[in-house]
Design a protein around this ligand. Sequence first.
Ligand code: ZN
Length: 177
Amino acid sequence: MDNPKVRVRRTNKYGKGVFAIADIRKGEVVAEFDGRFYDDSFDAWTDELREHTVQCGPTRWRDSVGVARLLNHSCEPNCGIKRLFRVVAMRDIAKGEEITWDYEMTERSSWWRMKCRCGAAGCRKVIGSYSRMPARVRRKYAGYISSWLLRGPRATPRRTATTRARRQGRRPPRSSP
Ligand SMILES: [Zn+2]
């Protein structure tokens, strides 16, 4: 469920974003991915869906009913991820601030990349996969990384036709039998 202290507004750079309309304390749940699940067998992936779902397993994603799907990425975020779906304040957030998290806290694939223009001093410029996240950043985010990424080597995506399709920037077609 969305925290009542956030609202969707236009941003200067990225279209829509989510902003604090009152002070939020460290540890508060800000939003949650609480919507429909999708996996490789779904045959109607769109760019819009791909950009707004959160990865929660090697071949599994989830959308949100509320504002979570509209949260923008930052390389200097004020929120992180608890378990798989909760977006939680990593520090106190002041009224007026945009709510952000770091997409590499949940994503791991060999194909998804995004140019970042967040403007933070430590901006990594291109983000995409937790496997590329620098060690110093992982240490900073300790406790705020999606639990599916911490399960070990078995969580590595399979190298299949699926993986090839993804490298071309789209979700794979329905798995072949
Ligand atoms: Zn950045």
